[in-house]
Design a protein around this ligand. Structure first.
Ligand SMILES: Cc1cc2nc3c(=O)[nH]c(=O)nc-3n(C[C@H](O)[C@H](O)[C@H](O)COP(=O)(O)OP(=O)(O)OC[C@H]3O[C@@H](n4cnc5c(N)ncnc54)[C@H](O)[C@@H]3O)c2cc1C
Length: 497
C-alpha cells in the first residue's frame, strides 16, 4: 500500500500546477508555495512584457487533459495563457492548495528522523516559519532570477535621466515612446521588445547582440506552420540521440548526405524568406549544430524593421555607459534613454543546502538529474519543469506523472540508485562530448529529442498503448490528447492515509 504524503510543490507556474494535479490525483496532500501574488509563473500578468505570446503553437503548449480554448489563436497571447492556467488550477481543485506571497528560503532534512524536509518560509509581510513535508517538488523554473550586468558609468547614465531595466521589467510600452531604446540580447524577448519599441513610437531603436542566430518563422516559406516541419519525429531522428547502438550509429552515417541536404535546404529557405543577407544577419553556425531550447522564433516584423533601418543592429555587447551614451565592446557609441537588458536569467535552486547543491550541479554547471527529474542523492524530492523544451507544458505534465510514481515506488521501471547514476553519467558524456548543444541551460533541455524523452518517460511509467499508425506518428507533432490516452493505460493506484 502506498502511504499518503504531505507534498510541498514550490512554484505555481505551469510545472507547479502539473505537479499539484499529479500528486493530488494519486491521493497525496498537496501544498503549493508561491512567492508571488498570483499563479502562472512567467505568464503572470505582472511579469509579462506587452504583446508577449507563446512560441509554441497552442496544441503543443497544453496539458494532456485540457486543450486550450478553440477561440484562442494558434499562438496565444500572455493573458490567454494565464486564463488557461487559472482555469486548469480551478478545474483540478488546486485553488485551495495554493499559498501565495510566500517564498521558500531554505530547506534541511527533517530533525524528527522521518523522510522529508523542513522548509524555511518567508511571507511578503516579513513573517517567517518552518514547516515539515514528506516530499518536495521543485517547480521554480528557469526564468526567475534575472541576470544582471553591472557596468561602469551606470550612475552617470541614470543621472542624465537614463533608465536601465531587465527585459522582465519592460511592462509599459509608453516607456519607449519618443525615446532612444537600446536592447541588449539576441533572444526572442530581445527582438519582441525591439519591435514593440518601434511600434510604440520610440525615436530610435538599436539591438545589440553577440552574433546572429537562426530564428524560425511561425510559417516556414510563409506557408507551412513550423510545427509540421520541426516538431515531428522524422525530423528529430535526423539527430543522433543518446544511448544508441552500433546499428543506429551506422544508419546515421549512411543518412548523413540526406540529412546534410535537408538542413542546407532549410537554411537557404530561411535566408531567402527572412532576407538575412540584406539584414547582415546570416548566422555562421550550421543550423543543426545549434538546435536546442535557445532557438528563437522570429518576431514578426523584426527582420523587415532591421532591413529598412527602423531597428539598428549592432554586433557586440555593452562595455560601459558614458553620459547619455552606451559604449559597445567594439568601441561604437550609441545614444540611449532606455537600456533594456534582455540577457536572460540565472539558473539555480538557491534554497537547497550547499551539501546538496554539489550533488545536483556539476562544477561546469551541468545538472545531475535522471530523466531531468530526480537525483538518487537528493532523497524525497524531485524536479518538474527542468526538462524544458519547445513544448514545455507537455514536458511538465509527463514529468509530474513520472515523479509521483517514482516517489511512490510505482514506476513500472523503478530505477535503482546505481542505474540512475550510470544513466546520469552517460547523459553528461552525451552533452559534453557528443552533442554540446544539448548542454545549454545546464543540460536541462530535451529539444530536439522530445519524442525520445517522452518514450522513455512512458515506458518507465508503464503505459500500454502507443499511436496506432506509426507512419502518421512520424510526421505529426506530439499529440497531447494521445499522451492522455497513453497515461490512462498505466497501472492505477491511490495513496491512503
Ligand atoms: C516570455 C516567455 C515565453 C515563453 N514561451 C514559451 C513557449 O512558447 N513554449 C515553451 O515551451 N516554453 C516557453 N517559455 C518557457 C517557459 O518558461 C515555460 O514554458 C514554462 O512557463 C515554465 O513554467 P514553470 O512553472 O516551470 O516555471 P515558471 O513559469 O518560471 O514558474 C516558476 C514559479 O516558481 C516561483 N518561485 C521561484 N522561486 C520560488 C521560491 N523560492 N519560493 C516560492 N516560489 C518560487 C516563481 O515565482 C514562479 O511563479 C517561455 C518563457 C518566457 C519567459
Amino acid at each position: 500500500m502506498v502511504k499518503q504524503k504531505h507534498v510541498c510543490v514550490i512554484g505555481a507556474g505551469i510545472s507547479g500546477l502539473a505537479a499539484g494535479k499529479a500528486f493530488a490525483g494519486r491521493g497525496h496532500r498537496v501544498t503549493i508555495i508561491e512567492r508571488s501574488g498570483d499563479l502562472g509563473g512567467v505568464w503572470e500578468p505582472a511579469r509579462s512584457y506587452p504583446d508577449v505570446q507563446t512560441q509554441s503553437p497552442k496544441e503543443l503548449y497544453r496539458y494532456t487533459d485540457k486543450a486550450m480554448p478553440e477561440a484562442y489563436p494558434e499562438w496565444p497571447k500572455g493573458p490567454q495563457v494565464h486564463a488557461y492556467l487559472r482555469d486548469y488550477a480551478r478545474s483540478h481543485g488546486l485553488d485551495g492548495a495554493m499559498r501565495f506571497n510566500t517564498r521558500v528560503e531554505g530547506m534541511k532534512r527533517r530533525a524528527d528522523g522521518k523522510p522529508g524536509w523542513t522548509l524555511a518560509l518567508r511571507s511578503t509581510d516579513g513573517a517567517t516559519g518552518h514547516e515539515d513535508f514528506d516530499f518536495v517538488v521543485v517547480c521554480t523554473g528557469q526564468f526567475n532570477e534575472p541576470q544582471t550586468l553591472p557596468l561602469p558609468g551606470e550612475d552617470g547614465f541614470k543621472a542624465q535621466g537614463g533608465q536601465i531595466l531587465h527585459s522582465s521589467q519592460y511592462g509599459d510600452p509608453d516607456l519607449a515612446k519618443g525615446r532612444k531604446v537600446v536592447v541588449l540580447g539576441g533572444s526572442k524577448s530581445a527582438t519582441d521588445i525591439a519591435v514593440n519599441a518601434v511600434n510604440s513610437g520610440a525615436s530610435e531603436v538599436t539591438i545589440v547582440f553577440r552574433e546572429p542566430v537562426w530564428r524560425i518563422p511561425y510559417f516556414i516559406g510563409g506557408l507551412v506552420n513550423f510545427k509540421r516541419i520541426l516538431y515531428i519525429r522524422a525530423q528529430e531522428q535526423m539527430f543522433a540521440s543518446w544511448g544508441i547502438g552500433p546499428m543506429a550509429r551506422l544508419a546515421h552515417v549512411v543518412a548523413k548526405p540526406f540529412v546534410w541536404a535537408n538542413w542546407r535546404g532549410l537554411e537557404s529557405m530561411l535566408k531567402m524568406q527572412l532576407k538575412l543577407k540584406q539584414c547582415g544577419m546570416v548566422p555562421k553556425e550550421r543550423i543543426e549544430d545549434g538546435v536546442n531550447c535557445s532557438v528563437p522564433i522570429a518576431t514578426p516584423g523584426f527582420y523587415p524593421m532591421v532591413a529598412d533601418g527602423r531597428i539598428k543592429a549592432v554586433l557586440g555587447t555593452f562595455d560601459r555607459y558614458d553620459g547619455n551614451t552606451i559604449v559597445m565592446s567594439g568601441g561604437q557609441r550609441v545614444a540611449a534613454d532606455v537600456a533594456v537588458l534582455a540577457i536572460g536569467y540565472k539558473l539555480g535552486v538557491p534554497f537547497l543546502p550547499a551539501e546538496y547543491q554539489n550533488k545536483l550541479v556539476e562544477p561546469d554547471g551541468q545538472y545531475r538529474l535522471y530523466r531531468l527529474i530526480a537525483n538518487p542523492d537528493l532523497p524525497d524530492m524531485g524536479f518538474v519543469g527542468f526538462n524544458s523544451s519547445f513544448c514545455t507544458v507537455l514536458c511538465a505534465d509527463l514529468a509530474a506523472n513520472w515523479l509521483v510514481r517514482y516517489a511512490d515506488g510505482q514506476l513500472a521501471r523503478q530505477p535503482s540508485a546505481a542505474e540512475m547514476h550510470d544513466n546520469i553519467a552517460m547523459m553528461l558524456n552525451f552533452k559534453r562530448v557528443e552533442r554540446p548543444a544539448a548542454g545549454v541551460y545546464g543540460g536541462l533541455c530535451v529539444a530536439p529529442y522530445h519524442f525520445k524523452h517522452f518514450d522513455e518517460l512512458l515506458a518507465d511509467i508503464g503505459t500500454k498503448a502507443s499511436r496506432r499508425n506509426r507512419l502518421v506518428e512520424k510526421f505529426t507533432p506530439p499529440d497531447a490528447d494521445a499522451y492522455a490516452r497513453f497515461l490512462a493505460t498505466a497501472p492505477v493506484y491511490m495513496a491512503a492515509a
